[in-house]
Design a protein around this ligand. Structure first.
Ligand code: HDE
Length: 696
């Protein structure tokens, strides 16, 4: 039957005809005989407005777009589940924090912030990390980022921040980047941004994959237990895959080679059954700690170092299913920070309180009405009963006569009518009875006034390689700023964070004189202890699992070696792509043609975590003059990647200008055991010594 539909799994409202009958119909269900030719008066005559089939098709097409998100427009959503490993009844009464072994369904959307929906994935930007937990007690949304602090302390500044970061209103560019005057003007006039600036100028903003980054709830929340007692909490996501980022030069090239690099990576790994996982960690603390801590726990520009309050792991998020329909799920998902369940509560963080208004409000605009909770991806997976009614696109409508309370239906003689739902003080949401007192003021608390100490702590906690990347990033970004006074003002801030960093940037910008320090509300605390947890390289996985090896093969390459490399990569939990001069493949030493996944022109080495070159001497001579082949090797070298090569490939290494500079990041390949050794080296992910040589 053409009008019988099934709802596809995963909550999509995508509808497919059942059985053999795949007759196309109109949206009204009427079978269509021809949807490729508009009804006309005669074969070459004018089109008739009468054609209801054509009009319906065009009408629907005209209305396909909804407004993109004002921030976080480019995102990628994935289904999964959360499993609690350790119950925490002492902290929270929420079921999700008390029932171990239950798989709570989730939907997670990763995103960039500034770029529009079509912007490239490797923009230097914060990544959104938002998870909707469909708990048995209602939806809980943890709408976080991959950075634990934020640019501003008060939500009222958010429109200014976003206007300054997005394309300038007159010219409509630059897209998806902060390397321009307006952004640096705003942040250099907002000292509270300096800690966040350190994070965004680090490699955290150019992650190798969504799979290899941390997530943070950012704000301090509350947990409430069955006795109504409150503890403060900060939420952390720790990737089991380890942390990893790319280099800036690599990011720039990835954006050209594959603007969908991150979403493709996520799709491919889930499609291949390699499900990424994150542990959920909590930092729990009480009022006494909040009192004694140097910074205000309500200030979202501050962290609580893990070394100070340890992150306790309580459960695991597994992402295990791609969406059926990108629009229905990833686009229509509506996260709201106000979506919490009993046992979790807000703190007075002024950024969080402001967000609670913004997220609900924005969904009205984006999804067109108040009934967006009826859209399958947003609908809770537990009973929903209330007296809210009507509005655009109402899908789940109550039956019966009663739509108000209090009511007396269901009581007395012959009253069959269902009286409808009632509030339940024992199971229902109750707020923490925090004492509130004070005069109404527009005032930034003195306790929010230290803008540099944690910025310094972050910088000091990085390895020298990471510090160099930060200096380079600041120099690059500020070199795109046209106004000299803005450049200087920023260097004036950097001097409050770290004089050496300020010097590097001033030198990189060619400033003749060192600018004065910017006046500070508080002096920097110079000696906060380093926090190793803040460095990516100190938390690398030392494993090649989940990474990708690109093997560049050409005529005469050793077939057995290629097989050994494939096997070694598989054993290491990595994936392989065969790259060749032709996408049809190359004839190897065994006389057989090996198929290629990619043609060299479309597969620069920036798409891989490590590369191997397996070809005969003639091919190596030939491709030593070929620009894509030269770039393949040269970029792998410049980006500190491990390079496996056969002796016969040396002419290509020479052509790429690296033959004289071969270091321990090069591994000669000959047989199966050399392939295994090579993959073992790749576990270090990058041969950073090569960067050190550059620095010396
Ligand atoms: Fe958001 N933010 N935000 N934000 N945010 C939105 O909501 C907002 C902030 C974050 O994948 C919008 O549905 C204000 C911090 C993520 O759909 C909007 C403030 C953090 C996502 C909004 C902030 C975030 C958003 C735009 C200052 C990290 C994408 C579309 C107080 C903890 C969610 C939408 C998704 C999206 C407002 C600051 C994370 C306009 C007013 C801090 C991950 O409501």
């Amino acid at each position: 039957m053409a009008n019988e539909f099934e709802l596809s799994e995963g909550g999509a409202n995508h509808q497919k005809p059942k059985g053999d009958d795949d007759v196309m119909t109109t949206a009204q269900g009427a079978p269509i005989a021809d949807d490729q030719n508009w009804l006309t008066a005669g074969p070459r005559g004018p089109q008739l407005l009468e054609d209801h089939i054509a009009r319906e098709k065009i009408f629907h097409f005209d209305h396909e777009r909804i407004p993109e998100r004002v921030v976080h427009a480019r995102g990628y959503g994935v289904h999964g589940h959360f499993e609690l490993k350790k119950a925490i009844p002492q902290y929270s009464r929420a079921r999700i924090f008390n029932e171990t072994g239950v798989k709570v369904p989730t939907f997670t959307r990763f995103s960039t912030v500034a770029g529009n929906k079509g912007s490239p994935d490797l923009a230097r930007d914060v990544r959104g990390f938002a998870t909707k937990f469909y708990t048995q007690e209602g939806n809980w949304d943890l709408v976080g980022n991959n950075i634990p602090v934020f640019f501003i302390q008060d939500a009222i500044k958010f429109p200014d921040l976003v206007h300054a970061a997005k394309p300038a209103p007159d010219r409509g560019f630059p897209q998806a980047q902060t390397a321009h005057d307006n952004f640096w003007d705003f942040v250099s006039l907002s000292p509270e941004s300096m800690h966040m600036i350190m994070w965004i100028m680090s490699d955290r903003t150019i992650p190798r994959s969504f799979r290899f980054m941390e997530g943070f709830g950012v704000h301090t929340f509350r947990l409430l237990n069955a006795q109504g007692e409150s503890h403060f909490v900060k939420f952390h996501w720790k990737p089991k895959q380890g942390l990893q980022s790319v280099l800036w030069n690599e990011a720039v090239k990835i954006n050209g080679a594959d603007p969908d690099f991150h979403r493709r990576d996520m799709w491919d790994s889930i499609d291949a059954g390699d499900f990424p996982q994150w542990d959920l960690g909590i930092q729990v603390f009480d009022d006494a700690f909040a009192e004694e801590f140097e910074f205000d726990v309500l200030d979202s520009t501050k962290i609580i170092p893990e070394e100070r309050v340890p992150v306790e792991i309580i459960g695991t998020l597994t992402l295990d299913a791609n969406v059926d329909n990108f629009f229905a799920e990833t686009e229509q998902v509506a996260f709201c920070t106000q979506n919490i369940v009993s046992g979790i509560d807000f703190s007075d963080d002024p950024l969080l309180q402001g967000r609670n208004f913004s997220y609900l409000d924005t969904q009205l605009k984006r999804l067109g009405g108040p009934n967006f909770t009826h859209i399958p991806i947003n609908a809770p997976r537990c009973p929903v009963r209330h007296f809210q009614q009507d509005g655009h696109m109402a899908m789940t409508n109550p039956k019966g006569r009663v739509n108000y309370e209090p009511n007396s239906w269901g009581e007395g003689d012959g009253m069959e009518e269902d009286r409808g739902p009632r509030a339940c003080p024992t199971r229902g949401f109750t707020s923490y009875e925090a004492p509130v007192d004070g005069r109404k003021v527009r005032y930034r608390s003195e306790s929010f006034a230290d803008h540099y100490s944690q910025a310094r702590q972050f910088y000091k906690s990085q390895t020298p390689i990471e510090q160099t990347h930060m200096g380079n990033a600041l120099t690059f970004e500020l070199s795109k700023v046209e106004r000299m006074d803005i450049r200087k003002r920023m260097v004036g801030h950097l001097r409050r964070i770290d004089e050496d960093l300020a010097l590097v940037v001033a030198d990189g910008l060619g400033l003749a004189d060192m600018p004065d320090k910017v006046p500070a509300a508080r002096e920097t605390i110079e000696d906060l202890p380093e926090s190793p947890a803040l460095s990516i390289l100190k938390n690398g996985p030392d494993s090649f699992a989940g990474r990708k090896l690109g093997i560049y093969i050409a005529e005469g390459g050793d077939a057995a070696l290629v097989s050994a490399l494939k096997q070694a990569a598989k054993d290491a939990g990595a994936t392989v792509e065969i790259v060749a001069p032709h996408v049809a493949g190359a004839k190897l030493s065994d006389g057989e043609k090996m198929a290629a996944d990619q043609k060299i022109d479309g597969a620069p080495s920036v798409l891989y975590d490590a590369v191997a070159i397996v070809m005969g001497a003639d091919a190596a001579e030939k491709f030593a003059l070929d620009k894509p082949s030269i770039d393949f090797v040269n970029d792998a070298f410049a980006h500190a990647k491990f390079i496996g090569y056969v002796a016969a490939a040396k002419p290509l290494l020479k052509g790429a200008g690296v033959a004289e500079r071969m270091d321990d990041g090069f591994v000669e390949l000959s047989d199966g055991s050399s392939a295994t050794n090579f993959l073992k080296s790749c576990g270090k992910l990058r041969f950073w010594d090569r960067e050190k040589v550059k620095q010396d």
